[in-house]
Design a protein around this ligand. Sequence first.
Ligand SMILES: [Zn+2]
Length: 275
Amino acid sequence: MTLCELNQELKLSFECYLLGELSPNDMAAIEKHLATGCSSCLQEIKELQEIFASIACSAPSVTPPEQIRQKLLSRLQTEVKAQPSLKLVPMPKRAWYKTPLSLLGKVAASLGLLILLAETVFLVHINKKAVLQAELAKVQEHKIQILQTELNQKQKDISNIETSIKSSRKLIALDSKLISKASGKALWDTDQNAWQFYISDLPNAPKGRTYQLWFITDKELISGGTFQTNEKGSMELRLATPRNCKNILEVAISLEPIGGSETPTGAIYLSGPII
Ligand SMILES: [Zn+2]
C-alpha cells in the first residue's frame, strides 16, 4: 500500500472537489494526486460520489415551471462552460460485498456502532459491578473467617476453663432435713484450698445460739467457724480449708451455743456430701 502524500487540507476538500468548487490550483493538485493511484483517496472519492448519488435519488422530483426551467438550463449551460465538470474516477470492479457503504448503510453502521458501544459500556459497567461484588464477598468471607477463628479460640478457652474448673473445683449441694426451704451450695477450689458457701432460707438462730460449720473427714469433725444468717435468712461465707483437714467427706451446719462447740452438740440444719 502506497502512503498518501496529499496534504490534509486538500484531503478534507474532496466534497468541494467533486462539486467543482475548489480553486483551479487545488483542483489540479487533487487530480494530479488521484492520477498517482492513491487507493485511500480514490476510495474516498468513490464513496462520496455514491453518497451524492443517493442524496440525488432520495430527493423528490418536481417539474419546475417552464420559465424557471429555461433559466436553470441556460445557467447550467454557462456554468458547464465556465467550470470543469464533475470528475468521475474509474474504480476497479469489486465484489458486491466489498462495495462502499451507501449513506443509509453508513447511518445504519453508525447506529450499530453506537449500540455496540452502549452495550460495551453496559457490559463494562456490569463487569465492574460483578468484580466489586466479588471483592466485597471476599472481604466478608475474610471477616467471617477471622470471627470464626476468634470464636474457635474462645470456645477452646472456655473448654480449658471448664476442664480446670472440673478438675480443681467441686460443687457441693447442701440440704436440710429440718427446714425444707433451707438450702446451700459450697464451691470448693481444691487447688487454692478455698471454700465459698452460699446459704439461703436458713432462719436466724434463736437468741444465745449460733450456726457452726463442720468439715467431716474420714477420721474427725473439724470446725469451720460460726456464723449468723442475715434478715433474709441468707449468708455468704469465704474461708480456707482448716489445717490438717484431709479426706473431707461431708460438710454440715449445726445450731450451737454462742461461741461454738468443740464437736456438734445441736441439730444438723444443713449438710451435703462431697462427691
Ligand atoms: Zn491520497
